[in-house]
Ligand binder design. Structure first.
Ligand code: NAD
Length: 491
């Protein structure tokens, strides 16, 4: 576990020599004192990234050159998959098979963007058909510059990959600030960068607290683009900081995503996807389908089966074989989720399953997988993101009611619909105001497909080709080709 920040290709102690505790959420033990970067370190990192972008060899690389580095990241992540996965479990709490899935996905993300980096070489410019034949025009795409990336704790290495891989593929340099709750695996990207010989300053990693390290990164005039994943309130602060000097900004924020289940659905499939949609990663998933709407005729049977399966979910330390639900990431998150359940009860909801600290766990931030029913539409539990293993479920009577309830949210990250009637599923998918819609499933995420939200769930898209566009500027180069003078002033 690293004690230093990764700046300009070197491991450097934070200027103020500060640290913050890294806690294993399954045991509440302090497992590391991570380096706490502050404004001085952020400044050094941005200067290094700026120099590497403006004057370094990175500027002259082709997409093919950059793809070699990106594949290097992928190869070394895969080689260290077991070690990185265990580190992720100790840091975040998630069950080991989930961590392995995430780390493999992070490697896949680097591989995917290696391919897109090569494609940039294949299409150096794009002609534009103009309405005036005295001119020709073409479009070229260029790296945006220095990116500042700030990420959350729910997928520590994967969220880093979602930003670092496309930024480097585009030819940007980057300063990454991991979450103060889970800095361990993101810092390992620095070790990998050294091993693959990435030029100094191209990737810099400054761990630290939000206000002390994240904020100076947003405020730094040397940063051209801010890429943020996290909560809506922090996203608003980042957008405000970006507004001061008009930085390019992309935001991946929260959600309260609906899952509509029609009565013609296979009940076993529906139950499985509802469970996966809310209990994977302890429900700490931005796109978690935390509001389930079930057609009234199916509702009682489906609820019974859901409760039955939820009670079987094995809770425990993520390192223990067979664990399906680990602890929440921190004591603050644990308190927040239990408080949200208590408030839901006060506001009239009933607990159909769970609702309390997991029994038999001496230490750790364990909350039972929880199903809330009769949740009032005006209650906080129905409207606000809980970011824990808590699902609200209610019945609907018509397709239009289901769609209206689903869209009645300030968020618009994801939504899901389940029905054997393909036309109905497509109709509902079209009606949902969300950036990601799953039909007959919930949550599967592919590096190739764009990711991001409508409304307060964010601005811009990550992943897929759109994810690369996040780090590219578009330049038009227009040439006057006529032999005759333009003839405005000089006739
Ligand atoms: P958070 O907003 O508290 O923190 C996210 C990051 O921002 C952390 O690195 C933190 O240190 C930093 N930060 C905090 N204050 C800052 C400031 N003033 N200036 C700059 N940086 C600052 O979010 P979190 O608790 O880490 O993550 C949970 C949230 O993230 C949830 O709302 C979830 O929905 C969202 N999320 C969204 C996606 C997505 O793709 N849309 C993915 C994962 C998580």
């Amino acid at each position: 576990m690293r004690n230093e920040l990764f700046i300009n290709g070197e491991w450097i102690l934070p200027a103020k020599r500060g640290t913050f505790d890294v806690i294993n959420p399954a045991t509440e033990e302090v497992i590391h004192h991570a380096p706490a970067g502050t404004a001085e370190d952020v400044d050094a990192a941005v200067r290094a990234a700026r120099a590497a972008f403006d004057h370094g060899p990175w500027r002259r690389t082709t997409g093919k050159d950059r793809a070699v580095f990106l594949r290097g990241f992928a190869r070394l992540i895969r080689e260290r998959l077991d070690e990185l996965s265990e580190m992720e479990v100790l840091d975040n709490g998630k069950p080991l098979p989930e961590a392995k899935w995430d780390i493999g996905d992070a490697a896949g993300c680097f591989e995917y963007y290696a391919g897109l980096a090569e494609e940039l070489d294949a299409q150096p410019s794009e002609p534009v058909a103009l309405s005036d034949d005295r001119f020709t025009s073409k479009i070229v795409r260029e790296p945006t510059g220095v990116a500042g990336a700030i990420i959350p704790w729910n997928y520590p290495l994967l969220m880093a990959a979602w930003k670092v891989a496309p930024a480097l593929a585009a030819g940007c340099t980057i300063v990454l600030k991991p979450s103060e709750l889970t800095p361990l695996t993101a810092l390992e990207l620095g070790t990998i960068a050294q091993e693959i010989g990435l030029p100094p300053g191209v990737l810099n990693i400054v761990a630290g607290l939000g206000p002390e390290a994240g904020r100076p990164l947003c405020d730094h005039p040397g940063v051209d683009k801010l890429a943020f994943t996290g909560s809506v309130p922090t996203g608003a602060k980042i957008m405000a900081a970006a507004a001061r000097d008009i930085k390019n900004v992309s935001l991946e924020l929260g959600g309260k995503s609906p899952f509509i289940v029609f009565e013609d659905s296979d009940i076993e499939q529906a139950v499985e996807w509802i469970l996966f949609g809310i209990f994977w990663n302890q429900g700490q998933v931005c796109s978690a389908t935390s509001r389930v709407l079930v057609e009234r005729s199916l509702y009682p049977r489906l609820l019974d089966r859901l409760v039955e399966e939820t009670r079987k979910i094995r809770i425990g330390d993520g390192m223990k074989a067979g664990t399906l639900l680990g602890p929440l990431v921190s004591s603050a998150q644990y308190e927040k989720v239990l408080a949200a359940i208590a408030q839901a009860e006060r506001e009239g909801a009933m607990i159909a399953s769970g609702g309390a600290r997991a029994k038999g766990m001496e230490a750790g931030y364990f909350v039972e997988p929880t199903i809330l029913v009769d949740v009032p539409l005006e209650s906080a539990a129905w409207k606000e993101e809980i970011f824990g293993p808590v699902v609200c479920i209610r019945a609907f009577t018509s397709e239009s009611e289901a769609v209206q309830l689903a869209n009645d949210s300030p968020f618009g990250l994801a939504g899901a619909v389940m029905s054997k009637d393909e036309r109905r599923a497509e109709r509902v998918a079209a009606a949902l105001r969300a950036g990601i819609v799953w039909i007959n499933c919930s949550q599967p995420t592919f590096t190739e497909a764009p990711w991001g939200g409508y409304k307060q769930s964010g601005i811009g898209r990550e992943l897929g080709r759109r994810g690369l566009d996040n780090y590219l500027e578009t330049k038009q180069i227009t040439r006057y080709v006529a032999d005759t003078p333009w003839g405005w002033y000089i006739k």
